[in-house]
Design a protein around this ligand. Structure first.
Ligand code: UD1
Ligand code: CA
Length: 480
């Protein structure tokens, strides 16, 4: 101890015990509360990712046997942690759950985290574990502590016990300091005192919180930390859908505010949803109702229009994404313009100063520098060169029912409106495709390809019902 930093020693010699074996009846959904999605990810993922940001490596998750396989799949996603699973066949209470973890506990310090609390900050882990002497509890003062375990102290403020809401008398119910559920303790104390917990309470459960009175009775000193008002929401548990939604809104607001602090102009922090990770350059503007999913990077001076969805996208500098655009698994280079109402699907690469306009869908496609597809097109499986114009209504017919075909359209090509390209096709530099053409053969450079049925004119034509005599004349081909 003397030579190494005592703080990091305590974190790296600690185990987080996550309790996730309850039935979650109040959530009224199938499966553990730890699998509920909040801000685009499962609660358990939020917890494990935060733990990865600390020096803690050891985690034990207490699970119901029926979900063991799901949890072991999740554990594989965190190779930097050593995650063990303890089973609790019947959820007899949080104290009983921690007891199931003890045989797997190999460090001197343990911190219990409830599996329905997604956003416990790193500081709370550190406060509980750094310099842990015996037992440390994290509490908070609530406006309305209904449902929570109350912190009972004597008139000298000494902690006496935690009484669960259902077991409180009316005086105890007026106490506003409540248990956040985060309790850290030395392994030897847990081993000694957990078996002493009884279940003679309203819910007939073995409450972890009963440890506190046992420790007090044995004159074991308890450290405690009362969270500040602004920290309190971050340890809120999600027992119900309503609580899940409230916690999500608070987290989204916090994310928006932190982006604003870093210089991003979020037009309305109440109408912004980041369900992943967003990295922004300077002078980025994000209009209302934008949804960010997965990993999104936005370069300097780029504007994202209202109601756009960006998922796993890298966007360059000075890009204008106009409203209602949906871009996923794509890359947009500097000075490009996208939308409004554009749909860029996976493997779209829009190069510098290129434009994708209204009702244009792209997939597995490269649009070269300064090329444009501005109206009503499907451009999938295409490699498009530079300064090429894709007219309104152009469709790349890439799918023949069995295979997706790839076509190439080179530089300075002009595709007239409403032309169909039946892939695989190669259209060479400076070629022109006349409007309304169906292209079935390759087009040579600098050539014009035109394939249209000749227009005919039938004079004196009437709908069948209104014909009195045979006045319809023979069709006349219009000369060009
Ligand atoms: C718990 C605390 C309460 C605290 C509140 C804070 C206890 C007895 N109560 O109450 O003092 O104020 O959290 O949010 O600790 N679980 C198991 N096995 C079980 C029972 C529960 O794994 O046998 C898991 C649940 O899946 C859940 C977590 O433990 O993830 C907490 O259980 P929950 O029923 O939500 O406790 P609360 O009533 O919220
Ligand atoms: Ca809870």
């Amino acid at each position: 101890m003397s030579q190494c930093d005592p703080e990091s020693t305590n974190l790296s010699t600690s185990t987080i015990i996550i309790l996730a074996a309850g039935q979650g009846r109040r959530m009224k959904s199938d499966g553990p509360k730890a699998f509920e999605i909040v801000c685009g990810e499962r609660i358990i993922d939020h917890q494990l990712r935060t733990i990865c940001q600390t020096d803690i490596q050891q985690v034990i998750i207490v699970v119901s046997p029926q979900y063991r396989r799901d949890f072991s799949e999740i554990a594989k996603e965190y190779p930097q942690l050593v995650i063990k699973l303890a089973e609790q066949a019947t959820p007899l209470g949080t104290g009983h759950a921690v007891q199931q973890a003890l045989p797997l506990l190999s460090t001197q310090n343990a911190m219990v985290v409830l599996g329905d609390v997604p956003f416990i900050p790193v500081s709370v882990y550190e406060n509980a574990l750094l310099n842990l002497q015996t037992c440390h509890i994290t509490t908070a003062i609530y406006e309305n502590p209904d449902g929570l375990g109350r912190i009972i102290r004597d008139d000298k403020d000494k902690l006496l016990c935690i009484i669960e809401h259902k077991d409180c008398n009316s005086a105890q119910k007026t106490v506003r300091e409540a248990n956040t559920g985060i309790i850290a303790a030395k392994k030897d104390l847990l081993e000694k005192f957990l078996p002493k917990i009884q279940n003679n309470n309203q819910q007939q459960e073995y409450y972890l919180t009963d440890l506190i009175s046992l420790f007090v009775n044995h004159e074991i000193e308890i450290q405690s930390n009362i969270l500040t008002k602004s920290e309190t929401w971050s340890v809120q548990g999600c027992n119900t859908i309503a609580e899940l939604i409230t916690v999500e809104r608070q987290q989204q607001r916090a994310r928006a505010e932190s982006l604003i602090q870093s210089g991003v102009k979020i037009q309305d922090p109440n109408r912004f949803d980041c369900r992943g990770e967003l990295i922004c350059g300077k002078n980025v503007t994000i209009d209302i109702n934008v949804i960010i999913e997965g990993q999104v990077i936005i370069g300097d001076h780029t504007t994202i229009g209202p109601s756009s969805i960006l998922k796993n996208v890298t966007i360059g500098k000075n890009v204008n994404v106009k409203g209602f655009s949906h871009i996923e698994s794509s890359r947009i280079e500097d000075h490009a313009t996208i939308g409004p109402f554009a749909y860029c699907r996976e493997q779209t690469h829009i190069h510098e100063s290129a434009e994708i306009g209204c009702f244009v869908e792209t997939k597995n496609t490269t649009l070269g520098k300064k090329s444009k597809a501005k109206h009503l097109s499907y451009i999938g499986n295409l490699t498009i060169g530079e300064q090429t114009n894709i007219g309104a209504g152009v469709i790349h017919c890439n799918y023949d029912g069995h295979t997706k075909h790839q076509s190439i359209i080179q530089n300075h090509v002009f595709l007239g409106a409403n032309s169909s390209i039946i892939g695989p096709i190669h259209i060479e530099n400076h070629a022109t495709v006349a409007a309304g053409t169906t292209i079935t053969k390759n087009v040579a450079k600098k050539s014009l390809a035109i394939a249209r049925a000749k227009q005919v004119q039938i004079n004196n034509w009437r709908p069948k019902q209104s014909r009195t005599q045979t006045t319809v004349e023979a069709p006349v081909t219009i000369e060009e």
